[in-house]
Ligand binder design. Structure first.
Ligand SMILES: Cc1ncc(C[n+]2csc(CCOP(=O)(O)OP(=O)(O)O)c2C)c(N)n1
Length: 577
């Protein structure tokens, strides 16, 4: 454990120590952060309890917040992030936004200015109630140290209940150094997320809608899933022979290897699946809030009234009828909903078995490495590389990525093992935050060291949080990073060519020597220039005791899984002519 060594038992019952004891009572084993002088008493509590809770020191609060978010995604319990006021808190905001849009439980603790300086725009002072208000479920400040147990318990409950999300707790420096009578104000017991069961009448109505359907499709995803809930969903789908698709970047909700799997509904959707969504006559949406990326910009599923019948099941009543007016809205948490669905009596036969089989066949065609016959230029065959990953990554490997077109290779060609098998296998930001993949991989490796953490990053994406490889080395975490180097912010270049062809600005990158950089962080490094070099490089990385960065040099023309930059430019020029 970090911070071990000579421990002097701290006898004064500091509020900062009580706060750490409250985190321990909530089952927190890891906290991520960058230290600050504003919360020294909490740091001292972490020193005191270093055998119970591991403080992972990061190199930038953005990395720390992403790690806490990834921890929350992986475990289903709030990931904890500790930062200092102003600059620390604002750096961490990207992770808070990610937790908010991704429905991930998270608690951000912010050391603040002392209360006798408040509202004078003191050193590094920020009004967090204003700053974080649109980014999280709740912002609270603890002014009375005796109420720390209440605030921590509420923060954990709020982060997990209903639609999971982030909570921000502000900790004035002088409050943290108050003495507290811990016998009178002990930590409160661990809170568990409350379950909300579906209304029995609504379940009967759902069964009726299913019995009337010809082309039903289930869309699963969102926050709050457990392996048990995913197993119950699988039994429901099997009982009714329903095709199941996963929502954008919730690709591990339903097992991609299952014969009922239909693919993922997100950016870069399989056009055949998009057509199936349009053709379906009943969409059963279990968990996703139906955001922009999962609905093809609110057109694939038409807003506000879809063309097909829509059953929307969500843990938060606020998400129902928010954008879409469903035929049937049901408020239920995923565990409870899936368990109600699995006992819904199915008829002896259903009329849609051909439809279901066709949905799965479409999926298989789409992930075929032959790539639909398209020959992309250059010496690196990305679909083939994804095939190598399929063959060599362990079933329980956790795959992480940030934002950029590079991720679409994984999203399209890698079949995620489902949560029903026991683990979350995808950590990816639905808010499209660049820089997420590296810290998320490191967090996974620190939290669950027995599993392989595999990250795919773009050259732009990597350098947003590549410094967290230092965190990995310091904490003995091994990750493998597949860095796709195309010398550009390729996604933006693609959009530029589409909208303003041949007017390239701001999207070309002059990169450092990534292999030398990786080695400087204590990682092994491999550079891959040709398809056949990848498999041996991966095998060496899997066998290596440390993490490895595998840099793949990709022709910038290979911009999507379906076509080239040149073709996009040509199309745009033709349109202009
Ligand atoms: C934090 C953040 N900043 C900016 C963007 C806008 N953005 C989306 S993709 C992208 C380029 C990604 O470049 P790279 O990682 O090299 O991947 P590529 O698109 O080349 O595959 C940018 C700048 C974003 N999504 N997130």
């Amino acid at each position: 454990m970090q911070n071990s060594g000579m421990t002097t038992p701290h006898t004064s019952p500091l509020a900062g120590h009580l706060l750490v004891e409250c985190l321990i009572a909530q089952g927190v084993t890891h906290a991520f952060g960058v230290p600050g002088e504003s919360y020294l008493a909490v740091l001292d509590g972490l020193h005191q309890h270093a055998d119970r809770i591991r403080f992972v020191t990061n190199r930038q609060e953005g990395g720390a917040a992403f790690m806490a978010e990834a921890h929350g995604k992986l475990t289903g319990r709030p990931g904890v992030c500790l930062v200092t006021r102003g600059p620390g808190a604002t750096n961490a905001s990207i992770g808070v936004h990610t937790a908010f849009q991704d429905s991930t439980p998270m608690v951000l603790l912010v050391g603040d200015v002392a209360s006798d300086c408040r509202d004078r725009e003191a050193f590094q002072e920020v009004n967090y109630f204003h700053f974080f208000a649109p980014l999280c479920k709740r912002v609270e400040r603890i002014d009375d140290a005796r109420r720390i147990p209440e605030y921590i318990a509420r923060a954990f409950a709020t982060a997990m209940n209903g639609r999971p999300g982030p909570v921000v707790l502000i900790l004035p420096e002088d409050m943290l150094t108050q003495p507290v009578d811990v016998v009178a104000h002990p930590p409160l017991p661990r809170v568990e997320p409350a379950r909300a069961w579906s209304d029995p009448g609504a379940l009967r109505q759902l069964r009726e809608l299913l019995l009337q359907a010809q082309r039903p499709l289930v869309l699963a995803g969102g926050g709050g899933w457990t392996p048990q809930a995913a197993q119950a969903l699988q039994r429901f789908a099997e009982n009714w022979q329903l095709p199941v698709a996963n929502a954008f970047r919730f690709q591990d909700t339903f097992d991609n290897h299952h014969p009922l799997y239909a693919g993922d509904v997100g950016l870069g959707i399989n056009p055949a699946l998009a057509a199936r969504v349009r053709q379906s006559d009943l969409l059963v949406v279990l968990g996703p809030r139906l955001g922009e990326s999962t609905t093809g910009g609110y057109t694939l599923v038409q807003a506000p009234v879809p063309t097909q019948k829509l059953v929307h099941i969500h843990a938060s009543a606020e998400e129902l009828n928010r954008v879409y007016q469903p035929t049937l809205a049901m408020c239920a948490t995923m565990n409870a909903a899936a368990r109600s669905l699995e006992v819904l009596t199915a008829p002896p036969s259903v009329p849609w078995t051909d439809w279901t089989a066709a949905c799965h066949a479409d999926y298989l065609t789409n992930i075929d490495e032959a790539n639909g016959g398209i020959r992309l230029p250059g010496d690196v065959d990305m679909p083939h590389l994804m095939g190598v990953l399929r063959r060599h990554l362990p079933t329980d490997a956790v795959l992480t990525n940030g934002a950029g077109n590079f991720a679409s290779w994984l999203h399209r060609f890698y079949p995620y093992h489902g949560l029903a098998k026991g683990h979350k296998t995808q950590l990816a930001p639905t808010n499209g935050a660049m820089g997420y993949g590296v810290p998320a991989g490191v967090a996974a490796a620190i939290t669950q060291p027995a599993r392989l953490a595999f990250t795919i990053a773009g050259d732009g994406d990597f350098l947003m949080n590549g410094q967290e490889l230092a965190t990995a080395s310091q904490h003995g975490a091994k990750t493998i990073v597949l860095l796709i180097n195309n010398g550009s912010y390729g996604t933006i270049r693609m959009h530029q060519e589409r909208e303003y062809p041949q007017r390239v600005v701001g999207s070309v990158l002059r990169n450092p020597d990534f292999c030398a950089l990786a080695q400087a962080y204590g990682y092994a490094a491999e550079r891959v220039l040709k398809t056949e070099e990848f498999e041996p490089a991966l095998l060496r990385a899997l066998a290596a005791p440390t993490g490895t960065v595998i840099e793949v040099v990709l022709d910038a023309d290979v911009i999507t899984t379906r076509g080239t930059l040149t073709a996009i430019t040509q199309q745009a020029l033709t349109k202009q002519a």
